[in-house]
Design a protein. Structure first.
Length: 617
């Protein structure tokens, strides 16, 4: 498929407000695509080049793309900036210059294939080191010169992350079902496979090659590819927990970062030794031989260790301690579910989530690792030595987990209490609160691991849940927009920000899930948090309200932003609201954390808000 053909599909997708029609157009596109290119097409329509866990980023700010557009069409950068200020969209700017200044639509252009364009974009994204900035600009300009004006519109938007089609992986899953069956009858089947192997491009390729049933049958976890973590529900009381789940394990709930740990002990094989020996024989000097022998040895014996957040971001560099896991583990391959918890070495107490997250400052990781030591609280094992464990009962998985680790202080298997008695849950809850923890997790003894799903198998009980008339948990919201502050806050650039939750699936919505307003928040932030918020939101500003947002005119902010920033909020209570589009309002909201570890798919739903509202009674 030529990129010009793909651009015409992108134009249709952009112009269509109906999610159902979006799904049909995508299904038509996927049916037309060849096996060798469908994964690349899937990534491109999502405005990316790879799934999150691969960490492929362009590192091309608007400024660099402006330079590329100027260079491609022989314009001054100030001309491009002026047009950009008018439209707020670099894609539209590139399209205008392609038509107006070069007349390139009237001359014969080479028919670049989608795969060729994708490969060039990947080269741009992976270009690093000295001179990479200039090379990125040159390559982008060269690419723009080879495509027509409509293609330039979409090609320019991709590096700056603003393709603006607005649908998610879920819509792709529906479209793959539609491609084969003419409806969504296979969406659930594909979705279950996706939860275990969250690479929608790879799934599309496998489905195109062998069909849905074969591609999605017996999908198992793979070391190095993060499956989506199982999620917990809320229930009103321990009595209700026992009624719903029967016999349970009660475990401590930590205020840490959810981390999926992947480990593979790489051993030297005969074939690898032969390859290494042959390479060494070809080296010309003894000096080179010694230098490369060490390098080859490291390649052969170094274990694979990866850490992923709940939204599949690779955070391995955040945890240098992970490299010690091989010293304490009795297995060659594992996938573990855990909570990384910061420690105060002087006070000998656990630190909160926000302090632990300071480790994300990659440039200071060696310093922060010393200042904020941590331990991994391991509570589940999903894969061991070639065998998927997710279909085993939680009891069996815990037995395997406890036999997998030798005793140590870095990788600690969570303690557990088995019970059918609601009062034991209450006792454990009060005990953990006194110890400074968040509360307890209550887990059904015979529960399978349901990747990416919630259900009445895991339930959380956090501080405040036993207090009648109080909000029993925090909520995760997406920031929708902000207003400029007055007085002191004028200096911060943010006075209040509007947040929303995920609404029910609606065929009229491109996302299938609308984002509905819940509250505005402007208090409880430190000066540093206000400044950080402004920095983050400025990068996400858009000229028009995103189509998936539903907001009453009373809540129109000064600036709308893309739905990418997730925040955790606490509040006094929830009330029914005639003006907030969610139908509820969070009263006296307070910012708890920026949740960079969570994606848009993990934002609290209206259904969960309704449940929290009922728990207050």
């Amino acid at each position: 498929m030529t990129f010009s053909e793909l651009a015409k599909y992108l134009e249709r997708l952009e112009a269509t407000p109906s999610r159902l029609e979006i799904t049909r157009i995508l299904a038509e596109l996927f049916k037309k695509a060849e096996v060798e290119e469908i994964d690349k097409i899937v990534y491109l329509v999502l405005g990316t080049l790879a799934p999150n866990y691969k960490g492929i980023v362009f590192n091309m700010a608007d400024k660099l793309v402006i330079q590329a557009v100027a260079k491609a069409y022989g314009r001054n950068t100030q001309d491009v900036i002026l047009e950009y200020k008018k439209t707020g969209d670099l894609g539209t700017v590139a399209e205008k210059f392609a038509i107006r200044d070069t007349g390139q639509d009237k001359r014969k252009l080479p028919k670049s294939t989608t795969s060729e364009v994708y490969d060039k974009l990947m080269q741009i994204a992976q270009d690093e080191g000295e001179g990479s900035v200039e090379r990125k600009v040159d390559k982008m300009a060269e690419l723009l010169n080879k495509v027509d004006s409509l293609s330039a519109r979409y090609l320019t938007r991709i590096p700056v992350g603003k393709l603006r089609l607005g649908f998610s992986d879920k819509t792709i899953i529906d479209a793959l079902s539609w491609m084969e069956t003419g409806g969504k009858s296979k969406s659930k089947h594909i979705g279950e496979a996706y939860n275990i192997l969250p690479d929608v491009g790879l799934l599309a390729k496998n489905i195109k090659r062998m069909g849905i049933d074969k591609a999605c049958r017996n999908v198992t976890p793979v070391v190095g590819i993060p499956l989506l973590p199982m999620l917990a529900q809320r229930l009103k009381s321990p009595t209700e927990m026992i009624e719903k789940m029967g016999e349970v394990f009660v475990e401590p709930k930590f205020d840490g970062l959810r981390v999926l740990i992947h480990y593979k002990k790489l051993q030297t094989s005969k074939s690898t030794n032969i390859q290494a020996t042959n390479k060494l024989k070809n080296l010309k000097t003894e000096k080179l031989k010694n230098k490369n022998a060490k390098s080859l040895s490291n390649q052969v014996t170094k274990p694979l260790v990866r850490a992923f957040t709940r939204n599949s971001n690779d955070v391995t560099d955040m945890f240098p301690e992970l490299m010690e896991i091989g010293n304490y583990i009795n297995a060659d391959e594992v996938i573990l579910d855990s909570e990384a918890v910061g420690m105060d070495p002087e006070m000998k107490k656990l630190l909160d989530f926000q302090t632990t997250m300071k480790r994300r400052r990659v440039h200071q990781i060696s310093l922060t690792a010393k200042a904020i030591p941590l331990r991994f609280q391991i509570f589940d094992i999903l894969y061991r030595d070639g065998e998927s464990l997710i279909n085993l009962s939680y009891e069996d998985r815990r037995d395997i987990l406890e036999k997998t680790f030798s005793e140590n202080k870095l990788f600690v298997v969570d303690e557990k209490v088995r019970t059918k008695d609601p009062e034991v849950i209450n006792e454990q809850y009060r005990k953990k609160i006194k110890e400074g923890l968040e509360g307890v997790m209550v887990k059904k003894v015979d529960a399978e691991y349901l990747a990416g799903r919630t259900g009445w198998r895991w339930v959380k009980m956090k501080q405040g849940e036993e207090a009648v008339g109080k909000l029993s948990d925090t909520v995760d919201c997406v920031v929708m927009g902000y207003t400029v502050g007055k007085g002191k806050r004028a200096g911060f650039g943010v006075g209040q920000f509007l947040v929303g939750v995920i609404g029910k699936s609606d065929s009229k919505s491109k996302w299938g899930n609308k984002i509905l307003t819940l509250t505005k928040i402007g208090t409880g932030l430190t000066d540093e948090q206000f400044r950080e918020l402004k920095t983050r939101l400025t990068k996400l500003e858009v000229k028009e309200k995103p189509r998936e947002y539903e907001a009453h005119k009373n809540y129109t902010p000064d600036y709308w932003v893309e739905p990418k920033l997730v925040v955790e909020l606490a509040g006094d209570d929830l009330t029914k609201s005639p003006t907030h589009s969610s139908g509820y309002a969070l009263r006296f909201p307070r910012l708890v954390n920026f949740r960079d570890d969570k994606g848009i798919g993990e934002v609290t739903t209206v259904g969960e808000i309704k449940n929290l509202f009922q728990l207050q009674k």
